[in-house]
Ligand binder design. Structure first.
Ligand code: BEZ
Ligand code: FE
Length: 288
């Protein structure tokens, strides 16, 4: 029997997984154990500290149900969700629109709206968002489903806030024959991720802020193309360079341009001036 040094301990644990018949599971468990042991060694983790860690994970688990998922929030705030997104989209064609986090506030079942419909039923700075969906060669993608959602001016999504009208700032649109889409909304505001749980405590204890820069989420589905989960982040937002969940990417930052053309305001039934965003999306063809 070998003496149980930290090095030997890691070897023993890895040996215990040696008989795992699923090669991928074996690879994941081997790497996980190796890195966990290295981490504990590197920081010389004390028993008290690991007890705190277990209490933290237990509290995180207790805050998970069909509505609240504190483990996803933990993954988001540790940058793990963004890392997994980056790893899995690293091979996308260079011109394709980059992906971003889905977040916990997506709700299925948004009603399909007409081209240009207004999804804002609460106050804010009016904005027209429009552009085209295309493939990597610039060919229009027609008939795609585009779901969008964003927070109201109070920083809350409709699903978090009983005071907002049903479907406020959510909508489903279909791209036209030239790939065109348009909707009216309000310029999004920055907002805090939920901070009333253990992840919020972790942010406070580590001196981090909980804010996400203002953004509009997009989920775009078209037959024959990879589903695109992304978001457009507002240029100039105070938090665009320090997103609490690391989802904002430079290619997804957009300008809200003031449109003072009274005719355009009339055409779109918006007050003058209004904000306008022009943004195309490039979808990736599904690999065979
Ligand atoms: C969101 O953008 O909705 C979001 C993403 C990650 C964590 C919390 C919120
Ligand atoms: Fe969001």
């Amino acid at each position: 029997m070998n003496e149980l040094t930290p090095y030997q301990l890691t070897k023993n644990v890895l040996k215990a997984f040696a008989g795992c018949n699923d090669p991928r599971l074996k690879q994941i468990m081997t790497s996980l154990v190796t890195h966990l042991h290295e981490f504990a060694n590197e920081v010389q983790l004390t028993a008290d500290e690991w007890r705190c860690g277990i209490e933290f994970l237990t509290a995180t688990g207790k805050m998970c149900d069909g509505i609240r998922q504190e483990f996803i929030l933990l993954s988001d705030t540790l940058g793990l969700s963004a890392m997994i997104d980056a790893i899995n989209h690293g091979d996308d064609v260079e011109t394709a629109t980059e992906s971003s986090l889905l977040g916990p506030f997506y709700r299925e079942g948004a009603k399909e709206e007409a081209f240009g419909a207004n999804i804002a039923h609460t106050e804010g700075e009016p904005a027209l968002v429009r552009g085209r969906l295309m493939d990597e060669r610039g060919q229009a993608v027609a008939g795609a489903l585009i779901e969008v959602w964003e927070t109201a001016n109070n920083g809350m999504y409709e699903g978090q806030d009983p005071d907002q009208p049903e479907s406020n700032l959510r909508g489903k649109f279909r791209s036209g024959s030239n790939g065109e889409y348009a909707f009216r909304t309000i310029k999004p505001t920055s907002y805090p991720i939920p901070t009333d749980g253990p992840v919020g405590q972790m942010l406070v204890m580590t001196g981090r802020h909980p804010m996400r820069p203002g953004h509009i989420h997009f989920l775009i589905k078209a037959p024959g193309y990879d589903t695109l989960t992304t978001a457009l982040y507002s240029a100039g937002d105070e938090y665009v360079n320090s997103d609490a969940v690391f989802g904002a990417k430079p290619s997804l930052v957009i300008e809200y341009v003031t449109n003072a053309d009274a005719g355009a305001a009339k055409e779109w039934d918006l007050p003058s001036p209004f904000y306008e965003v022009q943004r195309d999306f490039v979808l990736c063809r599904q690999s065979a």
